[in-house]
Write a protein that binds this ligand. Sequence first.
Ligand code: IMP
Ligand code: MG
Length: 171
Amino acid sequence: MKKEILFSKRDIDMRVRELAEEISRDYEGKELIMIGVLKGAFIFMSDLIRNLRIPCTVDFARLASYGAGAASTGKIIVAKDIETSIRDKDILIVEDIVDTGLTLAFFVDWLKERNPRSLKVCAFLDKRLKRKVIFEADYVGFTINDGFVVGYGLDFNEQYRFLPDVYVVND
Ligand code: IMP
Ligand code: MG
């Protein structure tokens, strides 16, 4: 598999620090709970929280879409739910990438039913051209065009998550 570097560790570190600063300002004095979407978001989320200037707690969910392969089929299931009560709390979902938007649109609705005080989404990457539903993340690391990316938590068949930089795959 051939791959080309898209964002270096240095680009990523700088952008994550900016996002953490923005989030720190927006959530000052609030009771922030960050909810990471497994597995892809685990590296992004850990870098993000280490750069925050405010306290937060964390929880995780694992979502899956039926059908194998790179593209989601549209039917999302919650394979592992969060364990924290989010009623009246300020919730920030942290995800690796928004593609069709189906996964996050589903998960936002899923959590809204529990009446959080606020609910926003922070995505490391946003592939805007591929949306199948209207969905806007509140915080975005980088916007990218079409193309499959790996590294910094993102995988291709479970491989390449460990890479510190982000690469675009050219089959
Ligand atoms: P969506 O429901 O189409 O927005 O899909 C989002 C999920 O698909 C992400 O959480 C990723 O797990 C996966 N995904 C979409 N595009 C990529 C990519 O380029 N690289 C790695 N995973 C991707
Ligand atoms: Mg994911």
